[in-house]
Write a protein that binds this ligand. Sequence first.
Ligand SMILES: Nc1ncnc2c1ncn2[C@@H]1O[C@H](COP(=O)(O)OP(=O)(O)OP(=O)(O)O)[C@@H](O)[C@H]1O
Ligand SMILES: [Mg+2]
Length: 426
Amino acid sequence: MSGALTGGPGQAAPADLPGPAAPGTPPGRRPYPAYPLLSPDDVPGYLESRGLSSLLGGTAGGPLTVREVSDGNLNRIFLVRRDPDVPGLAVKQALPWVRVHGESWPLTPYRAAAEARAYEHLARVAPEFVPAYHGYDPATFTLVMEDLGDLDVLRAASIAGRSPGDTGAQVGVFVARLAFATSDFGMSSAGRKKLIAESVNPELCELTEDVVLTEPYIEHEHNGHHPALDALVREVRADPELRREAARLKHLFTTKAEALIHGDLHSGSVMVGGGRVAVIDPEFSFVGPIGFDLGLFWANALIAAIRGDVLGSSGLGAEHLAQVAASWEAFTGEFQRSWPTRADGFYPDSYLAEFLRGVWHDGLGYAGSEAMRRAVGYAHAADLETLPEPERPIAAARVVRLARELITRRHGYDRPDALARLLREV
Ligand SMILES: Nc1ncnc2c1ncn2[C@@H]1O[C@H](COP(=O)(O)OP(=O)(O)OP(=O)(O)O)[C@@H](O)[C@H]1O
Ligand SMILES: [Mg+2]
């Protein structure tokens, strides 16, 4: 490996626990050992050193090809192939900062340990919905997994005008499998306490608390919006009811330890193609509210629906909107199927309906949080940003009004079909 040596405070820390703060470590930041950053040239030798090269498919005899495909904000991803046409392995390394900002925005590389932990659970409870997972190297904060090179990122497919098909139904089953298995219904009391302790993810949770659940409601340098939305954004930020409900959702996020969640289930974390739906990037995973995963998926389906509408493809818009109902039905169906196997028979059947109602309303609220953030906060949805004028601000304003309604009046919506009317009204 020849990559630059990155500066941690130079002090080894266990993979999943904060080490003692080294001199010069800013308060609240976990020290991490210095580690080499992989360059594309390093990756073949790196795979060899981990004994993983034999997992590369294909029969071509030449040198391996390595292609960097980092299109997210945070990490570096390399796709490695023996044969250019045969998917091989994906190598994902966490940098000690936010990739698109560089060293000016430090971020713990221990996020890779959180992603690895999540994949270990997912490989057990939902293997068909994730890339095959080939392990984590704590010394370099690097994961190796199946190359999903034949699949496309759902957000990109939606922007290209492709139908979402049955993606929602599959994502609903995915969320239910993870949620049930890691909730008090799927685990013993003692096992759950261990899971909660092992899965703390303080830095990434704080990032969500800031960027998704706080900053969109205040003036902040991370935020941005189209100038045509100035008056609407001022009005929204001055709305005391919205502030109170946004605060309630933030507090729910920090306190409602229902199940291990993915934590970042937007349409950039779902890959689709060839009849397969695969969920990637669970680095924000921790034990939190189940509705957060559903809500992020719903917000991005609703944004895609609004994009379809403003471009005049109402059929496609309706298909994206239908993903909300499809995922909810699949989620509840799978959860109900697992219910008879619950670990604690004290919970009666009558509690299940009440529990699911709570998840639904939390999901609507978090759909609002995510929609608001994707229109006026940090990291806007490409579905909106790639629209032409004047559709771009028209769509963004609809997203803001939708978000405000979902956050403030989520308890007034009891069924997915009510969302069609809401979408028309905004
Ligand atoms: N296993 C995989 N197979 C093929 N491509 C992949 C795989 N994992 C990731 N990618 C590609 O790399 C991109 C970035 O991956 P990922 O979302 O995990 O990175 P990230 O930096 O954590 O992104 P984000 O900013 O959303 O957190 C994906 O959008 C996808 O194009
Ligand atoms: Mg990520």
